[in-house]
Write a protein that binds this ligand. Structure first.
Ligand SMILES: Cc1cc2nc3c(=O)[nH]c(=O)nc-3n(C[C@H](O)[C@H](O)[C@H](O)COP(=O)(O)OP(=O)(O)OC[C@H]3O[C@@H](n4cnc5c(N)ncnc54)[C@H](O)[C@@H]3O)c2cc1C
Length: 388
């Protein structure tokens, strides 16, 4: 067993750390100030400018296949990139990428949807969740009825990330009620101009998803993504990938927060001694370190399985469940160690604390991850001790 990174992986880790330190961390104070004043912390335009600077260093299309001009990084490299990016709360993503299921576009769709999305000219969103179907995604009700060469979509989607900015949506609708999720759900590429509306949802974070409304929206048959009836499987592929990536992000964010706590504990003096001398504080630091390391190996294990082309579902559920909870726990401890200052909006801790809460909800809630893990064990899909 070899836990060391290859020289190429180390180089990527260092490149990313330098990039985050040089390009993103210096923006943090201004982003916090603007948000405190009720403004957008960082605009799409600013993000775009950083993306283009990153492109000059080859940091573009991290997971995008080389044939589309991307770096085509494998899962372990991607995990490393995500850990480094998460060391800042600046909501930065590299340019030159598209949601993974968009690669199912046919040749004609590629020109209209995939390539402009990779180029950053169009924004997409992934619309599966409905007011009546979140965890129970197989129960979606949005209807798609055949009318000549078109489909007519009617229903509502909710909590859709980028939903208020998107130019088009990947919308999951029921094309065969009798079959439902087992062959009766289809994914459609639906331009905003085809007639859907959106409204922003305010959240406890600094960003919000949107509800999308479809009232007899006419979509041509040629806008089916993948095959008729195979939409649910496509959707699950997209969600499945996100799961272990959140564990990687949890590591980067928690490590940065823990470092803040260590720095504070060393310098803050109470009752004549630095906080670092107190066992109550030391234990919070120690427990955080144990949990961060545990998450790191859960995330790398899931990424390694993906790299081997193996089924990652069980490992990704372990990593997401543990990682999302770890990040929330660490943020809470770090806030506690900072006392009143931790609660203020002068420091980014409370911001992280608010943002991380959703990691336990989207891409499959804690309870759904537990359900998957228990099901795999109880049904014998995974046997204890046979993970590797
Ligand atoms: C900020 C944000 C962004 C999002 N982005 C997207 C997006 O881009 N695209 C998209 O399609 N969706 C998106 N979602 C939706 C997200 O995937 C759902 O919120 C999530 O799947 C949970 O569904 P729900 O909110 O309907 O909760 P519910 O399914 O109603 O669950 C409510 C609670 O009950 C628990 N629960 C549910 N069923 C069971 C059970 N059988 N046993 C025990 N407990 C159970 C859940 O774990 C949860 O704690 C986003 C959500 C948020 C908050």
């Amino acid at each position: 067993m070899d836990f060391s990174l290859t020289s190429e992986q180390r180089m990527m880790q260092q490149t990313m750390r330098d990039f985050v330190t040089r390009e993103l961390m210096p923006l943090e104070a201004d982003v916090l100030r603007r948000e405190r004043e009720g403004e957008i912390g960082i605009t799409r335009q600013q993000i775009r400018e950083i993306q283009l600077r990153a492109k000059q260093q080859g940091l573009w299309g991290i997971t995008t296949p080389e044939e589309y001009g991307g770096a085509s990084l494998g899962p372990i490299m991607t995990a490393l990139v995500m850990m480094e990016l998460a060391r800042t709360f600046i909501p930065f993503v590299f340019g030159g990428s598209a949601d993974n299921i968009l690669y199912y576009c046919n040749e004609e769709q590629k020109q209209r949807y995939l390539l402009p999305t990779i180029a950053g000219e169009r924004i997409s969103c992934f619309a599966l969740t409905e007011p009546g179907a979140g965890s129970d995604a197989a129960n979606i009700q949005m209807s798609a009825l055949k009318d000549g060469d078109d489909w007519i979509l009617t229903g509502e989607k909710t909590f859709i990330t980028n939903g208020n900015d998107a130019d088009f949506a990947m919308v999951f609708a029921v094309t065969d009620k009798a079959k439902g999720a087992r062959g009766g759900v289809t994914c459609f590429l639906v331009d905003r101009e085809m007639g859907w509306r959106s409204s922003y949802i305010h959240t406890m974070g600094e960003w919000g998803p949107a509800s999308l409304y479809f009232d007899h929206v006419r979509v041509p048959e040629s806008n089916i993504l993948g095959t008729l009836g195979q939409g649910f499987d496509l959707g699950m592929q997209w969600i499945g990938q996100g799961r272990w990536i959140y564990a990687a992000r949890a590591v980067g964010a928690a490590e940065r927060l823990l470092q803040m706590a260590i720095d504070h504990a060393r310098t803050r003096v109470t009752f004549g001694q630095p906080l670092a001398e107190r066992q109550a504080i030391q234990w919070m630091i120690a427990d955080s370190e144990v949990e961060i390391e545990a998450t790191k190996w859960l995330a790398f294990h899931a990424a390694w399985l993906a790299e081997q082309g193996q089924d990652t579902r069980h490992a990704a559920a372990l990593a997401k469940l543990y990682g999302a909870n770890m990040a929330n726990q660490v943020a809470d401890r770090v806030l506690q160690i900072h006392g009143g200052m931790g609660f203020t909006r002068e420091l980014p801790i409370e911001r992280w604390y608010r943002e991380m809460r959703v990691w336990r909800i989207f891409e499959g809630t804690d309870e759904i991850q537990r359900f998957i893990i228990a099901r795999d064990l109880l049904h014998g899909y995974t046997k204890i001790g046979e993970l590797l």
